[in-house]
Design a protein around this ligand. Structure first.
Ligand SMILES: NC(=O)c1ccc[n+]([C@@H]2O[C@H](COP(=O)([O-])OP(=O)(O)OC[C@H]3O[C@@H](n4cnc5c(N)ncnc54)[C@H](O)[C@@H]3O)[C@@H](O)[C@H]2O)c1
Length: 366
């Protein structure tokens, strides 16, 4: 009797182990997603993402995505946006990279009424398509993925363009994207101090509290700035990640040799960086020229006023990576990176997250 139940237990364990092995194979093997006739999908949550990649991995992922994009190896059709009965917008951002190969889509919804339901106003999900079968084989939290890849844009630009001797940072904006921007800044350069500024002053203290562990890991001090001037004066690396319509600091105060990342605000009539910042820059890089020319008021407003030309943009960051555009050549030059984001960044990091999750056995199989 005892032997029989022990046998049963062993058989059960063996079945579970066998299934586990199948599941691992199924996800890692060349994207095979069939087990006993069932289609499996790996669900990767925000906390799973953090278990499998760090900011350094995200920076390297963005480096690859920029390079693929600038070599013409990625396709990013225009995003499709649906207005859902006035309740909100759902956007679909597909991408395809032939060299992996990999196709996928990021879905982002903005439903303001969700506040009343205690649900997030902005939600994002990335779906990956198995290149062997065309079946969706991964569903990844798009909010955390976006934070990582967006922080990494600035991290990469800071690494490529700022002076290595940079010691002081300034961060404008303390919202959802701010922590990964701080982490990226600190990953790229050994900053001793980062000044934090937000128009809602009470948010500054909350952010510093939230970010203190990250700052501690990198040995940096976070300081609340009482004004934009206080944040920007003498700063070597400046990142703006706000939702403002109007410039967040006076570009005339930026020191020679500084590097600036403009990350937030993406509408043609809105800008974070003022005209003097754009006109004083010796090098201006963008993430994706087509998207910037459609969305970035920081560039489009001075262009409309005849003070700046498209040709004044040094290039896409991918051109710099490929050696097709000049980077910083002197310690005194001011460099600017303006990003609005594009789907190749999402797809490349999604694939890295998926591969790593499969390798480490992280995520939930459906
Ligand atoms: N470049 C990209 O790829 C990319 C990716 C994701 C998000 N974004 C953009 O980044 C921006 C920030 O996103 P989020 O999720 O952190 O937004 P959020 O709403 O959570 O936070 C924005 C913060 O900016 C602050 N702010 C507004 N005006 C300011 C000003 N003049 N000076 C200082 N602070 C100011 C607000 O008080 C708020 O704390 C948005 O515009 C978003 O669209 C860009």
């Amino acid at each position: 009797m005892i032997i029989t139940s022990a046998k049963r237990a062993i058989v059960k364990i063996l079945v579970l182990v066998a299934e586990r092995i199948d599941v691992t194979k199924m996800a890692s093997g060349h994207g095979i997603s069939l087990m006993k006739g069932c289609v499996a999908m790996l669900v990767i949550s925000a906390s799973d993402i953090r278990k499998v990649i760090n900011m350094r991995d995200a920076i390297e992922s963005d480096r690859e995505a920029f390079s693929l994009q600038s070599q013409g190896k990625a396709q990013i059709p225009l995003r499709v946006v649906f207005d859902v009965e006035g309740r909100g917008l759902s956007s679909f951002m597909p991408a395809y990279v032939s060299s992996f190969p990999q196709a996928g889509v990021k879905i982002v919804s903005i439903f303001s009424g969700n506040i009343a339901k205690n649900l997030p106003v902005v939600s994002a999900t990335v779906l990956l398509i198995d290149p062997e079968t065309g079946i969706v084989n991964a569903l990844i939290d798009g909010t955390e993925l976006t934070r990582m890849r967006t922080g990494a844009i600035s991290g990469l630009a800071t690494e490529l363009l700022s002076n290595e001797s940079s010691e002081t940072g300034a961060l404008f904006g303390t919202g959802g994207q701010a922590l990964s921007q701080l982490e990226a800044m600190l990953t790229a350069r050994k900053l001793l101090e980062v000044r934090i500024y937000d128009t809602f002053h009470e948010r500054i203290g909350h952010f510093i509290e939230r970010a203190s562990e990250t700052a501690h890991v990198f040995g940096a001090r976070l300081k609340a700035a009482g004004s934009p001037d206080e944040a920007v004066d003498g700063a070597d690396v400046i990142t703006t990640v706000t939702t403002t319509a109007n410039p967040v600091f006076d570009g005339r105060r930026v020191k020679k040799g500084a590097h600036v990342n403009g990350v937030g605000t993406y509408e043609p009539h809105k800008r974070e960086l003022d005209e003097s910042m754009i006109l004083r820059a010796d090098r201006i890089f963008v993430d994706n020229m087509e998207a910037i020319m459609a969305e970035a008021g920081d560039i489009l407003i001075p262009m409309k006023e005849g003070k700046f030309k498209k040709e004044d943009i040094t290039g896409e960051l991918g051109d710099l990576i490929l050696g097709n555009a000049p980077g910083r050549t002197s310690e005194d030059q001011i460099t600017v990176m303006k990003s609005v984001g594009f789907a190749t960044l999402d797809l490349v990091i999604a694939r890295k997250i998926f591969d790593k999750a499969v390798e480490m056995g992280i995520g939930t199989n459906l």
